[in-house]
Design a protein around this ligand. Structure first.
Ligand code: CA
Length: 227
């Protein structure tokens, strides 16, 4: 599980990173609002832990921009005791939960687990990005009334890309998520599978600009552009 922590107070950040890494989360830490937004909008995370008072850009502003560009990653806001108004505003703006400082890492961990459970429970059966629709029940891809079947790997890979549109997914993330590898087997399985998916998208008449939607990000991985 990949977490993003945006928190400017070093001591708090250290304590959260240490505590969550001990629970086997992989944690990326950003200490200011601009870097936090950049990471949250360009990389895929399972949960974002967002402090409200930050240098650069505050947490509520980051949250609003993320929801605006379609990033639906669950967000837990970290608030100070006196920021009740911000907390309410944050929940209205699409935060999934909040935690008032100070807190125990166990409490944060419990909130993260609850969010992950809720989030997977509300996974939709039909994913849509641009004119592409992925049917998660019969594992087929639809576009303008046409459809094409996908193999189970192609389906898992495309589903992963479609759940994080516009975000770069690294080869490592794809290998881990789709193939279950936590190491790089030094093969081109990812690229071969991407090529097959691109061909299937191109076979759908009317896919239009979605034909080029899976972009290669040189040296890193792939991104599905929502257009
Ligand atoms: Ca702060």
């Amino acid at each position: 599980m990949n977490l993003l922590l945006v928190e400017d107070e070093q001591k708090i950040a250290d304590f959260i990173c240490e505590g969550l890494r001990a629970k086997n989360f992989s944690v990326t830490h950003c200490a200011d609002g601009h870097k936090g937004y950049e990471a949250a909008s360009s990389q895929a995370f399972d949960v974002i832990i967002l402090d409200i008072m930050l240098p650069g850009r505050d947490g509520l502003d980051i949250l609003a921009s993320l929801r605006q560009i379609g990033v639906e990653t669950p967000v837990i806001l970290l608030t100070a005791r006196n920021e009740l108004g911000d907390r309410v505003q944050g929940l209205e703006m699409g935060a999934d939960d909040y935690l008032a400082k100070p807190f125990y890492v166990e409490e944060l961990n419990a909130r993260i687990q609850a969010l992950l459970r809720r989030h997977s429970g509300r996974a939709q059966h039909l994913l849509e990005v641009g004119s592409l629709q992925l049917d998660c029940i019969n594992r087929s891809l639809h576009c303008q009334g046409q459809s094409v079947e996908l193999t189970s790997r192609e389906f898992s890979l495309l589903e992963y890309l479609m759940r994080s549109p516009n975000q770069v997914l690294t080869r490592g993330q794809l290998l881990e998520h789709v193939w279950g590898y936590d190491f790089d087997p030094c093969t081109n399985v990812v690229d071969v599978c991407i090529k097959r998916i691109r061909r299937k998208i191109a076979s759908l008449e009317g896919a239009g600009k979605m034909v080029g939607a899976i972009e290669s990000v040189r040296g890193t991985g792939y991104r599905l552009s929502a257009g």
